[in-house]
Each structure stands twice: as structure tokens, then as C-alpha cells.
Design a protein around this ligand. Sequence first.
Ligand code: ZN
Length: 66
Amino acid sequence: MGEQPQRAAAICTECGNALAVQVWSDGSIRPIGTGVECSCGCETFEVLESSVSVPSPDDERERSEI
Ligand SMILES: [Zn+2]
């Protein structure tokens, strides 16, 4: 098993671009498909909790609200 990232939608705080991200239990957010940063170079994202596409009981338990 191991740690599973939570998939979510997020918006880049720099350019406002919406993208899919993986939210890891250590708090790191990584865009899916584009590496570790937005195409604009920004590495800060605002996660949209209401748009989580694949919720799971394990992720709910591990999630820490910020
Ligand atoms: Zn951006």
C-alpha cells in the first residue's frame, strides 16, 4: 500500500489557470501532467475542495484542512 495522493482541482494563484492536481498527505500539491509547477512557472495553487473528483475513505481520514 503506501501513501495515496488525493486528486483535486486547483487554480494557479499566479495566472488563474485551472488544472488537476495531486494533494499528498505531507501537504505538497503537484499538478497532474505538467510536473511540479504551472505552465506559468508558479508553484502555488488554490485547491478547490468541492471539485475533488475521486474521493476515498482513506483520503478523507488523512486529509488536513488548511
Ligand atoms: Zn500559473
